[in-house]
Design a protein around this ligand. Structure first.
Ligand code: AMP
Length: 497
């Protein structure tokens, strides 16, 4: 078995690795570190959780330990798709470089340009950046990329999803042709293949097993769910989520709840809080400092439930997550693998439960094809409470609806909080054009420069034709006791009067 000491890393880096408590390199580290230290390009096909961050930071630090930083001319560059991931890489970098004198600059949105410029001006050995912010600095004339000797692209497939590929190509073209490139992606989509063929030179290809095939310590299940009525679907689904959490009991120490759309991340978090569950939302529209605070709270155990979108949670290393709930079936099968990979880490047991609507069965089939097994159907024990969901129990903290009711008061005794919830569900979804809802789901990172290569969402709700809401038994509905008397009259009677 390979040992870290066999890998030719700088002794100071080895010391930091020992401090981190790592005993043996992971397969991606054993495969990527030696060629990277030889100055070769590396194409790493690996997902988060495999130790890939150390597989590029450890050789980078070893190589950079030999030179000196120059003002405005960073010697290396790590590109990450999201701010959180960039911040996490920076944290890793600090841990592994603690015995080496290197300066790093973290260039991410949501933080002032001034502070970042000051660090660049002092001379940074390593820039860790999201593509948009990096190019903003470049365009302000504050940065030269001609001194970059090592460039890392992390989570390239996610960059593709977010429309960052043109930015990546531009950044490649701003760095010297002679640079060394370390390129990581969980999958090799044709567009990614094209980029690697264009910008990497005879790379060492290191591929590690998909997490999907090695996640035996995650107990997976899927709950089939259909709302009793389209306009109550959201309310009932949130009730189902609470029931699922409750039925897990104390085993559910903490959980990440994934939603496909940002709007649902907010609604679900709000609704959980309303029902006394300790939840907070994290998605790309929230301020960076707010997102960091929420994540820190979840990491240190002061926050129990994190409601998240894929992009915001992608690649985050949060150990000890007992449960992952997929509030929606992700529309890209790989996202399922990433999502459930948040639990069952480092040999611990985890539970992943997904709610599936009939219209998402195709996506479920894609996921099952990818993970190569049928996900057990569960939730029979939840069903009776679900049926009763239109007459729900009182929430622990009942709140008044924020907006005045535009619809007629329902006759049922549903709690006010859920009535407000139901109205919210019906209103914005009906008002918002589908395209806007779609772009909401896709544009997690604020304003990527290009939305090229956007994939079509198939997570759109289908039309529910099963109910005709305008007529029931031939009688006009919706007027209740206020029906004007002339409507009740026959045509002849009306003509007579
Ligand atoms: P990553 O795939 O980079 O997100 O890493 C996933 C987790 O594995 C992180 O918590 C790392 O600290 C941890 N890790 C990385 N390398 C090793 C190693 N060689 N042995 C044990 N844990 C590691």
């Amino acid at each position: 078995m390979t040992k870290f000491s066999d890998l030719n890393l700088d002794p100071k880096v080895l010391k930091a690795v020992a401090d981190a408590g790592y005993e043996t390199p992971t397969p991606i580290q054993a495969g990527a570190i030696p060629p990277a230290l030889e100055g070769r390009d590396v194409l790493g096909i690996a997902q988060t959780g495999t130790g890939k961050t150390a597989s590029f930071t450890l050789p980078m630090i070893s190589l950079l330990a030999r030179g000196r930083a120059r003002a405005r001319m960073p010697r290396s560059l790590v590109l990450c798709p999201t701010r959180e991931l960039a911040a996490q890489v920076a944290e890793n970098f600090d841990a592994y470089a603690k015995y080496v004198k290197l300066n790093k600059a973290l260039l991410i949105g949501g933080v002032s340009f001034k502070e970042q410029e000051a660090v660049i001006n002092r001379g940074a050995d390593v820039l860790i950046a999201t593509p948009g912010r990096l190019l903003d600095h470049f365009e302000r004339g504050k940065l030269l990329l001609t001194g970059v000797q090592i460039m890392v692209v992390d989570e390239a497939d996610r960059m593709l999803d977010m429309g960052f590929i043109p930015d990546i190509e531009r950044i490649f073209s701003l760095t010297p042709f002679t640079r060394q490139t370390l390129f990581f992606s969980a999958t090799m989509a044709p567009e990614i293949e094209r980029i690697t063929n264009t910008f990497l030179s005879a790379p060492e290809r290191v591929e590690v097993a998909r997490q999907a095939t090695t996640s035996e310590n995650i107990t997976q299940s899927v709950i089939m769910f259909k709302g009793s009525r389209k306009d109550r679907e959201g309310t009932e689904k949130r009730k189902l989520l609470r029931d699922l959490i409750q039925s897990e009991g104390e085993a559910c120490k903490n959980a990440i709840i994934f939603c496909n759309r940002k709007v649902d991340v907010d609604t679900v978090a709000k609704s959980m809080k309303k029902y006394g569950l300790d939840a907070a939302a994290i998605h790309g529209d929230l301020e960076q400092s707010h997102r960091m605070r929420t994540l820190d709270g979840f990491r240190d155990g002061t926050l129990r439930f994190l409601v998240a979108s894929d992009v915001a949670a992608r690649g985050l290393d949060i150990p000890n997550v007992s449960h992952v709930f997929n509030y929606d079936v992700p529309s890209h099968a790989e996202d399922y693998v990433h999502r459930i990979g948040r639990t069952g880490r480092a040999g611990k047991k985890g539970t992943a439960i997904m709610i599936c609507n009939p219209r998402d069965e195709r996506n479920l089939a894609d996921i099952e094809a990818l993970v190569n097994h049928q996900i057990p159907r569960g939730g029979e024990e939840i069903a009776p409470t679900l049926e009763a969901s239109t007459a729900e129990s009182k929430p622990e903290t009942e709140e008044k609806p924020k907006r005045p009711s535009r619809t007629r008061k329902p006759k049922s005794a549903a709690p006010k909080a859920e009535i407000a919830d139901a109205q919210k569900d019906a209103a914005p979804k009906a008002d918002a054009p589908l395209a806007a809802q779609h772009s909401d789901a896709q544009q997690e990172q604020p304003q990527p420069r290009s939305q090229q290569n956007e994939r079509k969402s198939n997570a759109r709700g289908g039309h529910d034709n099963s109910r005709n809401t305008t007529q029931r038994g031939g009688a006009p509905v919706g007027l209740g006791d206020d029906m004007p008397s002339f409507i009740a009259k026959s045509f002849e009677e009306r003509m007579d009067s």
